[in-house]
Structure formats: C-alpha cells, structure tokens
Write a protein that binds this ligand. Structure first.
Ligand code: NAD
Ligand code: UPG
Length: 482
C-alpha cells in the first residue's frame, strides 16, 4: 500500500489529505502535527476547522485509510510521499521583517524528514513558499540525511483551495499544479504524484511545470486575485464620490469575457491568511531581485486594501457627528468571509480597532467565531496569528470596550449603528425592523459587504451606507471622509 504523510494538520493539510484519502482508498494517508489539541480535534466529533462538507468526507475515511497523529517521526519515516503543509508566516523581526516569509517551520519539517528517513522520498511543498525554496530544501536534505544514501525529489504542488468552498474546490479543482526537476528522477516523481490526483482530476486539469514556475504561480495567482478586489474597491471610492453604483459598474465590466464576472464584489477589504502575506512575500522577492518598480506595483494592492478599511471606519465616525465615543456599535460578522470560522487577517479586526480607537463600545456577532477568538485577535500583534497556536505569544489582556454576543438582535439592542463586515447569508434574512425598533435614533447601518437592500432599510428609517453606492442625503451632508 502506498503511504502518504502530511506534516501540518491545518486548513490545508486536513481537508486536502481527507479528500486524497477519500478518492484513493488504496492509499494510506496520515496527517501529523506538533499541536496535540489540533490532532485531538481531528480525531474527535468536532473537527478543529469549520468547512462545509468536511465532516462528511472525514467520517467516510477516518480510521479506514485516513489517520491523524502527533507521532511525526514515525509516520514521516514510513511514507513514500511526504507533503509539507506547515505555516509560512510573515517575518516580524530581522532581515525582511514585515514582508519576507519566515521558513522556520518549513526548515524544521525538512530537518525531521532528513533525520528519520531510511528510504527514498518524494517531498511535496504544499505550503506557499518563496520562489527557489525547493533549492534550499534540497540542500538541507542532502546535508543532513542520517539514513545513508537516501534520494529525495522535491516537488512544488501549491494549493489553490479557498476557505468556505474547500471541499468543492478539492473535488473539482480548476487545476492541479505540479512542478519538479527536469531530470528523469524529477519527471518520475511528478508522474507519481500526478497518478494520485489523476484518480479524480481530469488529465487536462493537471499542469506540470518546472519547480520555479510552480512556486511563483501560487504567489502570482493570489496577487492577481487580490489585485482584482483592490481594483474594484478603488472604483467603489470613486462611485461614492460621483453617484455611480459599484454593483452596476462591476456587472457592466464583468460582462466583458476578457474580464469576467467573478471576484468583482466591492467590500470593506479583503482578508484571510493568504492574500496579504503572499503579496508581501512577492514584494520582498522582487526587491531582492532588484526590481523595485515591480515591488511597488504589487505593494499598492495592499495599500488600497488598507485604505478601504480605514475609509470605512472614517465613514462610520464622520456620519455619526464625528464621534462614536461611548456609543454602542454592533458589528455583524467577524470571519474574513462567509462559511468559515477563520478570522485570520479579517478586515473586522482593523475596523473594530479603529472604532474602539475612537472610543466606541463594540458589540460583535458572528455565527462561527467564538468570544475567545475575537479577544485573541484584537490584542494580538500583526502577523503573530500565523504560528502554531501553542507558540503564539499570549497577551494577558483582553480588548477593552468589546463584547461578543451570540445573537444579532442582542448585539444591536441599544446600538447607534450596525456595521456588516461579513457576507453571511443569514444577514440578508434578518428582521431589520425589529433591530431598528431597539436602536437609538438616528439608527445607522453601514454595509461593508453590500448584503442588504439599502432602499428597503431606508424605508424602515435607517440612515444607510453601502460600499460603492450613492450615499443618501445624510451622509452627503456630513464632512468629507479623509
Ligand atoms: N488556508 C488556506 O486557505 C491556504 C490555501 C492555500 C495555501 N495555504 C498555505 O498552506 C500553508 C498552511 O496553511 P494553513 O492555513 O493550513 O495553516 P495552519 O496554521 O492552519 O496549519 C499549519 C499546521 O502546521 C503545523 N506545524 C507547523 N510546524 C510543524 C512541524 N514542524 N511539524 C508538524 N506540524 C507543524 C501547525 O501546528 C499547524 O497545525 C501556508 O503556507 C499557507 O500559506 C493556505
Ligand atoms: O469579490 C470578492 C471576492 C473576495 N473578497 C474577499 O477576499 C478575501 C479572500 O477571499 P477568497 O479568495 O474567496 O478566500 P481565501 O480562502 O482567502 O482564498 C484565497 O487564498 C487561498 C490561499 O492561498 C487560495 O488558495 C485561494 O485560491 C484564494 O482564493 C475575503 O475576505 C473575501 O471576502 C472580496 O472582497 N471581493
């Protein structure tokens, strides 16, 4: 039986390996992690991550050919293919701080592989890494192998799943990308990995390239996707200034088949564990290769994203007579997008910090995010979230003037304003009349995701702001937003 081991049981390692196990019943798949609570979660009825369809996949193969373990050494030693899907955070100190990828976890995984391997292995980069990482990994393995003359082939097989649709994306990917060395051994390794995916992915969707193209394609894909959002968000600011409607503009340009309709929803800003981190990584690589103009081009995607988040906070404060001091503001949605409990780099963190900075009292409701998570996020330093949980520096304090509620109506009771920051479907179906009746007047609603019908809410009596839509009279009469 072929044995696969995956180092890292996170948002990528867990779902990806579960789908491989489901589609390849003759392959034994073991997912290992240094975090005992995470592995306990994967072996329990309550999985450590929320992802539609994931429970069902895990239930079908766990204990059959899918296993979760903390015994990293044993399972790495036994496997013929080792995926590495560990954290690749942004460095916070030293050379490249604030931009470069921190490969500490990747390097430690590589050293474990070198330590325990007694047979040839294919090592697969599943984590998102800087271009040329495979070269460094090859050197670590070659110089540290304790098991004699072991041959390693490094492949780049970046993951393109999006959270909330991970299972769907894994069942039916737009493409699977495999990069390898252009040598007979490299080509054989690519073929071996390809034969795993070929069980359910059509041949024309499995792309094989050289190693560096595969590594760079992952960073480039995320940069292009994030750039689309920053582009439509930049246009949203112009829409508000001119009376154009960003939904109409996005619809009009998206009909052009060269542009296409997807990923054109204006928002309070993009979040998630990948976009910002991967673009910073790209910026750093460009700088290292002496390409400052290219670096600045991509840096601007993040600048516009930061601008969009602060523009939203400024809009809230300036609309409410330029002060939110002591006013309750309800925040609906804290996850970085719907259908996930993930809060990594969610725009809600910056918006809540901005509101609290102006002395608002913030009351948050999200159907999937716990109070503990919200409190951690609001006191954590930038980028610290991207480390295994037990290694994250813990601040003893919790965020002041922030409460978490398990009910949207409760969050809004007695509030002066409601801010919608995640596009959860249930926010479209709320009884806004009921909410309005329990709020201070004038009652404001700031829709950072364009989920509500502004005209309907205006008829109830709300003063409404929707991203990129013509503002109503109230907002037009308020001082200009910086
Ligand atoms: N989250 C996504 O949607 C997504 C999509 C594509 C690619 N990626 C990339 O995949 C990688 C993993 O992302 P994630 O979201 O799964 O992260 P994650 O934090 O959810 O999971 C990483 C896991 O690796 C474990 N780990 C770290 N070092 C280890 C070691 N030496 N040995 C054993 N376990 C170790 C951690 O304990 C953690 O559970 C990152 O490079 C990320 O950029 C993420
Ligand atoms: O039109 C849009 C689309 C998305 N977003 C926001 O953009 C962020 C990212 O969304 P999405 O890309 O759907 O989720 P991720 O799980 O972050 O997935 C991205 O990042 C992953 C990690 O690298 C990649 O694998 C995926 O292909 C890539 O889509 C979220 O805050 C969304 O709300 C918008 O504001 N407008």
């Amino acid at each position: 039986m072929v044995k696969i081991c995956c180092i890292g049981a996170g948002y990528v390692g867990g779902p990806t390996m579960a789908v491989i196990a489901l589609k390849c019943p003759d392959v034994e798949v073991v997912v290992v992690d240094i975090s005992a609570p995470r592995i306990e979660g994967w072996n329990s009825e309550r999985l450590p991550i929320y992802e539609p369809g994931l429970d069902d996949v895990v239930r079908q193969c766990r204990g059959r050919n899918l296993f979760f373990s903390t015994d990293v050494e044993r399972h790495v030693a036994d496997a013929g293919i080792v995926f590495v899907s560990v954290n690749t955070p942004t460095k916070t100190r030293g050379l490249g701080a604030g931009k470069a990828a921190d490969l500490t976890y990747w390097e430690s995984a590589a050293r474990i592989i070198a330590d325990v391997s007694r047979s040839d292995k294919i090592v697969v980069e599943k984590s998102t890494v800087p271009v040329k990482t495979a070269e460094a990994i090859e050197k670590i393995l070659a110089h540290n192998s304790k098991g004699g003359n072991i041959r390693y082939q490094i492949l780049s097989n970046p993951e393109f799943l999006a959270e909330g649709t991970a299972i769907q994306d894994l069942f039916s990917p737009d493409r699977v990308l495999i990069g390898g060395r252009e040598t007979p051994e490299g080509r054989a390794a690519v073929a071996a990995l390809k034969s795993i995916y070929a069980r359910w992915v059509p041949d024309d969707r499995i792309i094989t390239t050289n190693l560096w193209s595969a590594e760079l394609s992952k960073l480039a894909a995320n940069a292009f996707l994030a750039q689309r959002i920053s582009s439509v968000n930049a246009i949203s600011a112009l829409c508000e200034a001119t009376g154009a409607d960003v939904t109409e503009v996005a619809n009009s340009i998206g009909k052009d088949s060269r542009i296409g309709p997807r990923f054109l929803s204006a928002s309070v800003g993009f979040g998630g564990s990948c976009f910002q981190k991967d673009i910073l990584n790209l910026v750093y690589i460009c700088e290292c290769y002496g390409l400052p103009e290219v670096a600045n081009y991509w840096r601007q995607v993040i600048r516009i994203n930061d601008y969009q988040k602060s523009r939203f906070v400024n809009r809230v404060v300036s609309s409410m007579f330029n002060t939110v001091a002591g006013k309750k503001v309800a925040v609906l949605g804290f996850a970085f997008k719907k259908d996930t409990g993930d809060t990594r780099e969610t725009p809600a963190i910056d918006v809540c910090k901005g509101l609290v900075g102006d002395k608002a009292v913030v009351s948050i409701y999200d159907p999937q995010v716990t109070e503990e998570q919200v409190q951690r996020d609001l006191v954590m330093n930038k980028f610290d979230w991207d480390h295994p949980r037990h290694l994250q520096p813990m601040s003893p304090s919790s965020a002041k003037h922030v409460a978490v509620s398990w009910d949207a109506y409760e969050a809004a009771r007695g509030a002066h304003a409601v801010c919608i920051l995640t596009e959860w479907d249930e926010f479209r179906r709320l009884d806004y009349q009921r909410m309005y009746d329990a709020m201070h007047k004038p009652a404001f609603l700031f829709d950072g995701r364009n989920v509500v019908d502004p005209d309907k809410l205006r008829r109830i009596g709300f003063v409404v702001y929707s991203i990129g839509k013509p503002p109503d009279h109230w907002l037009r009469d308020m001082p200009a937003v910086a």
